[in-house]
Design a protein around this ligand. Structure first.
Ligand code: DGY
Length: 323
C-alpha cells in the first residue's frame, strides 16, 4: 500500500515537518500563506488527511469537495470551532485535536495578560521606549494589586484549572468559577475554588475574570454588553479562549466608558483583524494569539497530530478523536 498523502496547511516546527516527511507523502506549506477555499478543497480531493489549524476555516463548502479522498482532519490545536463538525461527520471524516500539551503555556499566557493589564506593564514599556520617563515618583503609573484578589473563571476545564493553580498558589488569589459541566471535586478542592451558579455571578463578584470556555455557536457573545455591565468598575477581563466569546464592540464601549478597568486579550472576534479602536486604548493589553506559542508546546502539538495520524492509518482509534 502506498504511503498516505497528507497536506499540512501552515508551517509547523521543523522537527515535526521532518518527521512527517520521513514517514508520509506530505505536502508542506513552505510559504506559510493561508490557503484559499479552492486550495483547501483540492486538498480534500487529493489527500488522505488534511492537517489544518485555527487560522483555516474548514467549512461544509470546503468539505463538499468531490470526489472526496480525505478521511482524516488532524487539527493542530485543541480548539476546533473553525471546523464544521456536523459537516465533517456527514462526510464520514474523522477529526482529532491536540489537548493537554498546551494547557500550561496557555495558562501562563493568561497570567501574563492578567499581570500586564493590572500592572500597566505594556503601557509602561511604551512610555519608557518613547523616552517619556522622567523618573520615579509616588503617583507614577499606579496599577492594581493582584495578590489576594478574587479571580473568576468562566470554564473550569484543563486550562481554567491550570490558571486557578497559578493564581491561587502563586498570588494567593481566591478562585470562583462557573462551568456548565460539574468539574471533578478534587481539582476544585485543590485550589479551594467556589462554584458560582451562573456566569453573571462570576462577573459580579470577581476582580479579574478569565475566560476558559470553548468557542462555539452557544458561547458566541457570551460576554455581551449586558454581562459586561455586571462587572465591577475596577475589574479586568482576560480572554485566551476564543475571540467571538466576547462581543468586541461591546468590550470597546466598556473600556472607553471605564465601566471596567481594563482587559487582556490574546484572541479577537474577527481574527487576525483587531478593532482599530482597541488598538488605540491604553487600558487593554493585546497579544497576537500567543497562548500556545512556545517551542516546546508547538513541537508537542505537532507530535500529537503525528500520533493521531499514525494511529488512524494503522487502523487504531486515534487518541484525540473529537468526531
Ligand atoms: C488552540 O489550540 O486551540 C489554540 O488556540 C491555538 O494555539
Amino acid at each position: 500500500m502506498s504511503e498516505p498523502r497528507l497536506l499540512v496547511t501552515r508551517r509547523w516546527p521543523t522537527e515535526v515537518e521532518r518527521h512527517l516527511q520521513a514517514n508520509y507523502d506530505v505536502k508542506l506549506n513552505a510559504d506559510d500563506r493561508p490557503l484559499t477555499v479552492a486550495e483547501l478543497q483540492e486538498a480534500f480531493r487529493t489527500c488522505d488527511a488534511v492537517l489544518p489549524t485555527v487560522s483555516d476555516r474548514i467549512t461544509a463548502e470546503v468539505m463538499a469537495a468531490e470526489p472526496l479522498k480525505a478521511r482524516l482532519i488532524g487539527n493542530f490545536g485543541v480548539g476546533f470551532n473553525h471546523i464544521d463538525i456536523a459537516a465533517a461527520k456527514a462526510r464520514g471524516l474523522t477529526v482529532t485535536n491536540t489537548p493537554d500539551v498546551l494547557t500550561d503555556c496557555t495558562a501562563d499566557l493568561a497570567m501574563t495578560l492578567l499581570l500586564t493589564a493590572a500592572r500597566r506593564a505594556g503601557e509602561g514599556e511604551r512610555h519608557l521606549r518613547a523616552g517619556e520617563w522622567t523618573g520615579w515618583r509616588p503617583t507614577h503609573m499606579m496599577g492594581t494589586k493582584v495578590t489576594d484578589k478574587t479571580l473568576g473563571l468562566v470554564g473550569f476545564g484543563r486550562i481554567g484549572k491550570a490558571v486557578a493553580r497559578r493564581a491561587h498558589f502563586g498570588f494567593g488569589m481566591r478562585i470562583l468559577y462557573y462551568d456548565a459541566f460539574p468539574p471533578d471535586p478534587e481539582a476544585v478542592a485543590a485550589v479551594g475554588a467556589e462554584a458560582c451558579s451562573s456566569v453573571e455571578e462570576v462577573l459580579e463578584r470577581a476582580d479579574f475574570v478569565s475566560l476558559h470556555c470553548p468557542g462555539s455557536a452557544e458561547n458566541r457573545h457570551l460576554i455581551n454588553a449586558e454581562r459586561l455591565s455586571l462587572m465591577r468598575p475596577h475589574a479586568f477581563l482576560i480572554n485566551t479562549a476564543r475571540g467571538d466569546v466576547v462581543d468586541e464592540a461591546a468590550l470597546v464601549a466598556a473600556l472607553k466608558a471605564g465601566t471596567i478597568a481594563g482587559a487582556g486579550l490574546d484572541v479577537y472576534e474577527f481574527e487576525p483583524t483587531v478593532s482599530p479602536e482597541l488598538a488605540r486604548l491604553e487600558n487593554v493589553v493585546l497579544l497576537p494569539h500567543l497562548g500556545s506559542a512556545t517551542k516546546e508546546t508547538r513541537v508537542a502539538m505537532g507530535m500529537r497530530v503525528v500520533e493521531n495520524v499514525r494511529a488512524f492509518f494503522a487502523g487504531e482509534p486515534p487518541p484525540d478523536r473529537v468526531a
